[in-house]
Design a protein around this ligand. Structure first.
Ligand SMILES: O=C(O)c1ccccc1NCC(=O)[C@H](O)[C@H](O)COP(=O)(O)O
Length: 211
């Protein structure tokens, strides 16, 4: 099975198009106000308008008021919602969109409990959790914590980059991988060369990349 790739926290149409041309499956747009990658509605619309077909657009929210999510949905063509905070099941389903739920790994969290708590989630995004940091930290968690039979698509995130993504895929066999800071020149600014190296490395570990 091919490992899907999501690049999160794109902030400019040019780098979003570059990601699409590299063959990524999904791009993440951040609507969390305290993130260095947060987007205005106008900028988000410009990114979506620039993308070619068949690239999934994921909107990332963290404990946002429902009205704010609705405002974004009314204005930006999001395919999937990503909830990165303490959102409950009833909150997640009210938008009637496919969603993935972030699981904060690194402590005593059991991802199996999330499978039960979020029965409608299209997948679980396992991300590293550092006290005081909400996400996009660039920190990896212990991949040994990932059970391979959760019965739900798993997206592995947290501190991935071209130098460790092959080992991460080999260790956890996820449905997809998600990267943000590992392909950035600085917070909020994606580096096309780092994005390319990441995508090539994912393909290489699967024996699928031909230059
Ligand atoms: O990107 C952010 O600034 C952010 C803020 C708050 C919650 C989550 C955030 N990002 C999450 C992601 O970008 C990814 O889903 C994932 O965690 C990968 O992040 P990274 O470790 O930087 O590769």
């Amino acid at each position: 099975m091919r490992t899907r790739i999501k690049i999160c926290g794109l902030t400019h149409p040019d780098t979003a198009v570059a990601a699409a041309q590299l063959g990524v499956d999904a791009v993440g747009l951040v609507f969390y106000e305290r993130s260095p990658r947060r987007l205005s509605l106008r900028c988000a619309r410009e990114i979506v308008a620039a993308l070619p077909p068949f690239v999934t657009v994921v909107g990332l929210f963290l404990d946002a008021p429902a009205a704010q999510v609705e405002e974004v949905l009314a204005s930006v063509a999001l395919d999937v919602l990503q909830f990165h905070g303490a959102e409950e099941h009833a909150y997640c389903v009210q938008f009637r969109r496919p969603y993935i739920k972030a699981v904060p790994m690194g402590g005593a969290i059991d991802p199996v409990a999330y499978v039960r708590t979020y029965p409608d989630a299209a997948g679980l995004l396992l991300d590293s959790h550092r006290l005081g940091q909400a996400g996009g930290s660039g920190q990896a968690f212990d991949w040994q914590q990932v059970s391979q039979d959760l019965g739900r698509p798993i997206v592995l995130a947290g501190g991935l980059h071209a130098g460790n993504v092959a080992a991460a895929i080999t260790a956890t066999r996820p449905w997809g991988v998600d990267v943000s800071s590992g392909v950035e020149a600085r917070p909020g600014v994606k580096d096309p060369a780092l994005m390319s190296a990441f995508v090539k490395e994912v393909a290489r570990v699967q024996g699928g990349y031909v230059e």
